[in-house]
Structures are given as structure tokens and as C-alpha cells.
Design a protein around this ligand. Structure first.
Ligand SMILES: Cc1cc2nc3c(=O)[nH]c(=O)nc-3n(C[C@H](O)[C@H](O)[C@H](O)COP(=O)(O)O)c2cc1C
Length: 314
């Protein structure tokens, strides 16, 4: 079997993806900076930076800290606001002929999330929404919705009513029962679930005897979070019927395959883009090579392969 015999195409929420690998929100900006490295058509899809109603400057610096197996960030939803995203960013991404565009939507209250979605509805330059109810880095922004099943359901219902595109809901790992959160979102109408966002952490500057990040705490991402993410993806895929997107510490094709086998239909790559700008096309190639070496003709054969519960749910 050769690489040409392997088909990585997947379909979810009505989107046709040529492969199941896309950048995670906030780790690829709005794509422009990455075009110098490779053709963005190589991506399965693109998920852009969190977009809020008004422009946001984000949190005080320092906003990034390296950790032994990953990084902490406290960016705090810095973005130009929905008007500029619609005018300056999304039309640029539409130039790529086979690149589904997913807009990550964030806010503070249900009303401003809904306002962002209403504004987006008129744009033809994106295909789906990823609802960010899981950002740990802003005061009263999203995270309460991501840790309380009833509030999450209220938000998802409002966004589903407002949106004329499919809605994926991105979950926070900073909860006791991730399945309860996923099921509440599914019952409220979510078309897909993506997980995980970052785990809340911190670092102390011992010379200053103070927290290192300007915001005090930040979100942990990278290889350190992969086992937690994988466990949560496995649990959620076993207990919901909508498609699941796996995120957290994916650096190699084998990492991605673990998430697919746990039941994810697609994956997102975040922190890896900061250490290797070619991470996503490399991961796509590595998945293909693994499939060819193991006689896997279609990526579907791997989805849920290690999770019989998720396969039964289809
Ligand atoms: C610098 C940085 C910025 C991020 N910004 C966002 C964001 O705007 N919206 C969002 O939903 N997630 C954001 N995330 C979370 C990632 O999308 C992803 O869920 C998380 O980092 C775990 O994946 P990883 O280990 O592959 O990085 C951000 C992560 C990092 C490291």
C-alpha cells in the first residue's frame, strides 16, 4: 500500500475536510502569518482566534511562560473585534479554495455572544462557529458558562437560535464531570463538541516573590495536558452522539491517531505551531504514513478504534 491509497477525508457538521487536522484557536491567529510557511489549503480547516463584539487588548504582560512540558498563556482574548474580523480577516481566508473556516466566538454575557453571531450571519466567508465557553484567562468571560451545565445549555440554546451555521461547543477541562457538560451542550443543540481548552495553572517568579504572569494565572497547554485531554475525549465520545474534536498536546501524527482512536472525528493542533510552524502539514503526512504502513485505507477505520462505546454511537 502506498501513500496515494490512503484517504484522510472526513465529514462533520456538513463540512467536507480533506484531512482531519486543523489549527486550534489562538495558536494560528487569523492565518496570515502562516502563509509564508505553506499553502493553507493543506489544512483540514482553520479555526481563527477568539472573536468578541468589541476589540480587546488582552491581559497585562507577561502573558506567556514556558513550562517543562508545554506553556502557560494568559493572552485574554486579544482580538480586533467582530467588525474588523468580518472586513479584514475572513475575506482573506476565503481566497483559499478548499479551506473550511471556523470562527471561534467569545464574550462575557449571553447577549454579546449572540450579538457576535448575529453580526457574523451576514458574512459568506466562514462555515461554522466554535463557541468558546472555556477561556480561563478573562474575568467573567465565558468560563462560568463552561463550568456549569445549566449555564452552558442556556448559552448553546441562544447561539443555536441566533446562528445560521453549525455550532461546535468548545469545553473547558476545569470541571469535575466533563461528560455532564458535553451532554448538556448536546441536549441544547450543539452540532459538535471540541475539547479541551487549557487547564488553569500558574508559575511564581521567585526573585520577585510574585506570580510570573501579569494576570496571575494562565492556561496550561502542550504535551503536559495530552493524557488529560485524551481521557476527556474518550469519555465524551463514549457518551454523546454528535462528533467530537480532540485537542490537547498534539505534536505528532501518532498523537493525533491516539485522539482519533479515542473517538474524535477530527483534531486541533495548538501549542505545536509555536515550536514548529510546519507542525500541521507534518502531522498530516505522519498520519498518512502510519496508515499506509498499517494497511489503513480510510481514516474512518481509526475513528473510535480504541473506544467501542464511541463506535457503537456512530
Ligand atoms: C497562546 C494561546 C492562545 C489561545 N487562545 C485561544 C482562543 O482565543 N480561543 C480558544 O478557544 N482557545 C484558545 N487557546 C486554547 C487552544 O485553542 C487549545 O485548546 C489548547 O491550547 C490545548 O491545545 P494544545 O495543547 O495543542 O495547545 C489558546 C491557547 C494558547 C496556547
Amino acid at each position: 500500500m502506498t501513500l496515494h491509497d490512503v484517504d484522510l477525508a472526513v465529514e462533520f457538521c456538513g463540512l467536507q475536510l480533506k484531512n482531519p487536522v486543523m489549527p486550534a484557536s489562538g495558536c494560528f491567529s487569523f492565518g496570515k502569518e502562516m502563509e509564508m510557511f505553506y499553502d493553507l489549503n493543506l489544512l483540514g480547516a482553520i479555526v481563527v482566534k477568539a472573536t468578541t463584539l468589541e476589540e480587546r487588548m488582552g491581559n497585562p504582560t507577561p502573558r506567556i511562560a514556558e513550562t517543562p512540558a508545554g506553556m502557560l498563556n494568559s493572552i485574554g482574548l486579544q482580538n480586533p473585534g467582530v467588525e474588523k474580523v468580518i472586513r479584514d480577516e475572513l475575506p482573506y481566508l476565503r481566497r483559499f479554495s478548499s479551506l473550511p473556516v471556523i470562527v471561534n466566538v467569545a464574550g462575557t454575557m449571553v447577549e454579546d455572544y449572540v450579538a457576535v453571531v448575529h453580526r457574523l450571519n451576514d458574512s459568506q466567508d466562514f462555515d461554522a462557529i466554535e463557541l468558546n465557553i472555556s477561556c480561563p484567562n478573562v474575568k467573567c468571560g465565558g468560563i462560568q458558562f463552561g463550568t456549569d451545565p445549566e449555564m452552558a445549555a442556556e448559552m448553546v440554546k441562544a447561539i443555536k437560535e441566533a446562528s445560521n451555521r453549525p455550532v461546535m461547543v468548545k469545553l473547558s477541562p476545569n470541571v469535575t464531570n466533563i461528560v455532564e457538560m458535553a451532554q448538556a451542550c448536546e441536549a441544547a443543540g450543539a452540532d459538535a463538541i471540541s475539547l479541551i481548552n487549557t487547564l488553569i495553572g500558574m508559575q511564581i517568579d521567585v526573585e520577585k516573590r510574585a506570580p510570573l504572569l501579569g494576570n496571575g494565572v494562565g492556561g496550561l497547554s502542550g504535551p503536559a495536558v495530552k493524557p488529560v485531554a485524551l481521557r476527556m475525549v474518550y469519555e465524551v465520545a463514549s457518551n454523546v452522539n454528535v462528533p467530537v474534536i480532540g485537542i490537547g498536546g498534539i505534536f505528532t501524527g501518532k498523537d493525533a491517531i491516539e485522539f482519533l482512536m479515542a473517538g474524535a472525528k477530527a483534531v486541533q493542533v495548538g501549542t505545536a505551531n509555536f515550536t514548529d510552524p510546519y507542525a500541521i502539514p507534518r502531522i498530516v503526512d505522519e498520519i498518512k504514513e502510519w496508515c499506509a504502513a498499517h494497511g489503513v485505507k480510510h481514516i474512518d477505520e481509526l475513528i473510535g478504534a480504541a473506544n467501542p462505546m464511541s463506535r457503537r454511537r456512530g
